[in-house]
Design a protein around this ligand. Structure first.
Ligand SMILES: *[C@@H]1O[C@H](CO)[C@@H](O)[C@H](O)[C@H]1NC(C)=O
Ligand SMILES: *[C@@H]1O[C@H](CO)[C@@H](O)[C@H](O)[C@H]1NC(C)=O
Ligand SMILES: *[C@@H]1O[C@H](CO)[C@@H](O)[C@H](O)[C@H]1NC(C)=O
Ligand SMILES: *[C@@H]1O[C@H](CO)[C@@H](O)[C@H](O)[C@H]1NC(C)=O
Ligand SMILES: *[C@@H]1O[C@H](CO)[C@@H](O)[C@H](O)[C@H]1NC(C)=O
Ligand SMILES: *[C@@H]1O[C@H](CO)[C@@H](O)[C@H](O)[C@H]1NC(C)=O
Ligand SMILES: *[C@@H]1O[C@H](CO)[C@@H](O)[C@H](O)[C@H]1NC(C)=O
Ligand SMILES: *[C@@H]1O[C@H](CO)[C@@H](O)[C@H](O)[C@H]1NC(C)=O
Ligand SMILES: *[C@@H]1O[C@H](CO)[C@@H](O)[C@H](O)[C@H]1NC(C)=O
Length: 549
């Protein structure tokens, strides 16, 4: 039995401690066990690997009723100030008929925004935080229900955990019961058996980059409707019958947004998909909104490991699909500016679990670089070449210098398909590339490998740090950075030294980075000054001869 199974069993056992047995009464307890048995049989694939989502039983006047309680989702800081209640979610929670579930307990619509909820979308540099983010630099009030729910933790005994949750960068609905999905009208209808108050209609876009208008505009909006009981679903012809009954849970997510950009594919979709889907151990049906067969093809190896079923493109489905468990949206890191990483406070999986999942999916041999290896053989360096923009004009010279230092050099462009390129990356000890989506391939590097990010001119420091430097540390990689001078940019040849674009990129940013971004991102190649760059290569070489991180 795996650790996770054991954990689950412990939790289940705990929920039937002596106290609870007394409370339930003997007959009810036996009935409960029978029910558990049935559940385990029916939902076994869902239950067993799943300590986070617990199905527990409670008894009230109506007899047995299934409740779904998710693990308390709270940042550490708040947990500690709330110790008294932090264990509550493992208890049997019995919502009584008298206690209406408050609106924030079930579904949160408009919460009072506190100072903490305000999020500065752009900071002083006036640069969008991501070259694709085209939102304006304003301070928006972001409504964050997680805090709200947490501050109401003491009411947990009386309330249910939310069904829909607004996190900083994503929205997530976890629905159980009679859940019916009609693709054509982009509606999910769920019949719930407990009382609730508040808004029963929830609009959401199931893509984990909330706050980024340009991305979210390319994501279909879905409506989740709570119905007080199953009969209410009959009102709407689209939900009156189940055309297709599914026995496994479903996950609904979008392949719109910035999909097909490698960086966004991983940070907005693949990693959130992994942390949301992995617990199902393959027994989950993916429902895709914003159909994108190229994306499905690109990530087929990963999808095959996460789901045992063919993806359903749900948007054009006129048939109503029925499930007993549906997750709409993907989980994501709780901090706004965190990329290519997994939030330990928010997931049972870690970045290192994710990386080992990738190695599994692509059969990558190298988990870590060891000094024994690199002392025995020539370390391998991968020079990521780019075809159209931010290309190295002197890749040959870089390769020559690297060879002299003692590297075996591989020059490659990330355009061969992930299965093959992941092998190339995983076989290397160092990866060098200009800031751009190609660096995302660091996910395939073995631990202790070295990433060298080259920054073009144009004020990329913040992006470089957020997109690749910080993530590389979270993957136990070593990181080096090389910032080019204007002389090393083809922009100088084109505009001359005195042009504002070259002279003061940060001033340009103040005029509105949008209009200049294509200059920096598209019209710039880099010609590395080997005298300046050689020490960086030497440093990378030395890293490999020294102790691991
Ligand atoms: C529960 O909601 C109903 C209908 O909204 C209301 O009449 C009743 O007073 C509420 N009960 C409590 C305990 O808030
Ligand atoms: C931008 O924000 C980041 C993260 O809050 C901060 O570290 C950085 O110093 C800020 N940059 C400027 C120029 O204020
Ligand atoms: C940003 O602001 C400008 C001027 O106020 C406006 O024209 C533009 O549409 C805005 N862009 C976005 C993405 O909101
Ligand atoms: C943000 O919240 C403040 C109060 O906290 C309010 O005065 C302001 O109008 C809100 N801004 C927006 C854009 O909703
Ligand atoms: C049922 O679905 C169709 C799209 O197929 C939509 O136009 C219609 O509004 C839906 N009916 C209701 C009552 O939501
Ligand atoms: C519920 O929320 C929807 C969308 O946010 C809104 O259009 C609707 O007016 C709200 N209904 C109520 C009763 O507040
Ligand atoms: C799906 O299940 C429901 C309830 O058990 C049943 O009424 C319906 O006929 C089933 N639909 C199909 C297509 O089997
Ligand atoms: C969709 O399904 C509804 C209900 O079964 C039916 O009336 C309608 O004709 C269907 N529309 C299409 C385009 O198949
Ligand atoms: C950058 O290099 C690529 C490949 O060599 C070339 O196609 C492109 O035109 C160059 N762009 C600029 C702005 O020099």
């Amino acid at each position: 039995m795996t650790e996770k199974n054991l954990l689950y069993d412990t939790i289940l056992a705990r929920s039937f401690s002596k106290n609870e047995q007394k409370r339930l009464g003997y007959g009810a307890f036996i009935a409960s066990l029978l029910f558990v048995f049935t559940l385990c049989t029916v939902f076994k694939p869902y239950l067993s690997p799943l300590p986070v989502v617990e199905l527990q039983l409670s008894v009230d006047e109506d007899g047995l009723r299934m409740l779904r309680i998710t693990e308390p989702q709270k940042p550490q800081a708040i947990t500690s100030s709330n110790d008294a209640t932090s264990e509550d979610s493992e208890k049997l929670i019995v919502p009584t008929k008298q206690d209406n579930v408050t609106s924030n307990g079930v579904i949160t619509q408009s919460l009072v925004s506190s100072e903490d909820d305000k999020l500065s979308v752009c900071n002083d540099t006036s640069l969008p935080k991501n070259h694709h983010d085209s939102f304006n630099c304003t301070t928006t009030n972001t409504t964050i229900s997680e805090e709200q729910v947490i501050s109401d933790e003491s009411k947990l005994e009386k309330t249910m955990k939310p069904i829909c949750n607004k996190l900083k960068r994503t929205e997530l609905c976890e629905l159980s019961g009679d859940v019916r999905i009609h693709g054509k009208s982009a509606t999910v209808s769920v019949a719930i058996t407990f009382a609730f108050s508040g808004n029963s209609t929830w609009h959401m876009r199931p893509y984990a980059r909330k706050g980024d208008t340009a991305a979210m505009n390319r994501v279909r909006e879905w409506t989740v409707k709570l119905k007080q009981n199953a009969d209410d679903q009959l009102e709407n012809a689209n939900f009156s019958r189940c055309d297709r009954n599914h026995s496994v849970p479903a996950m609904l997510f979008s392949l719109g947004g910035y999909s097909m950009n490698n960086f966004h594919d991983f940070t907005d979709i693949v990693i959130p998909l992994y942390t949301t889907a992995r617990r199902f151990n393959g027994e989950v049906q993916f429902l895709v909104t914003n159909k994108n067969p190229r994306w499905i093809e690109k990530f087929k190896e990963l999808l095959r490991k996460l789901s045992n079923y063919e993806v359903i493109y749900i948007d054009d489905e006129n048939e109503t699909h029925c499930f007993s468990i549906v997750v709409v949206g993907l989980n994501r890191h709780r901090e706004y500016y965190k990329e290519l990483t997994i939030d330990p406070s928010n997931s049972e999986y870690s970045m290192s679990d994710f990386r080992s999942f990738l190695r599994d999916a692509y059969s990558l041999p190298n988990a870590a670089v060891t000094t024994r290896q690199t002392r025995r053989r020539r370390p391998r360096i991968l020079i990521l070449s780019r075809g159209r923009s931010r290309a190295f004009t002197n890749a040959g010279e870089i390769a020559k210098a690297a060879r002299r230092i003692g590297f075996k050099v591989v020059v490659a462009e990330a355009n061969t398909g992930l299965a093959s390129f992941s092998q190339t990356v995983n076989s290397c000890d160092v990866m060098v590339g200009v800031h751009g989506a190609g660096l995302t391939n660091m996910v395939f590097l073995p631990e202790n490998a070295v990433v060298v990010q080259i920054l073009p001119i144009g004020g990329f420091e913040w992006l470089a740090k957020t997109d690749f430097e910080d993530p590389s540390k979270g993957m136990n990689l070593r990181y080096l950075e090389y910032k080019i001078t204007p002389e090393e940019s083809t922009l100088m040849q084109k505009y001359g030294r005195d042009h504002e674009v070259v002279r003061d990129p940060s001033a340009v940013a103040k005029h509105g980075w949008e209009s200049f971004k294509s200059v920096y991102l598209v019209q710039q190649n880099v010609s590395i000054d080997m005298n300046r760059f050689k020490p960086v290569l030497v440093k990378a070489f030395e890293f490999l001869q020294s102790q691991s991180v």
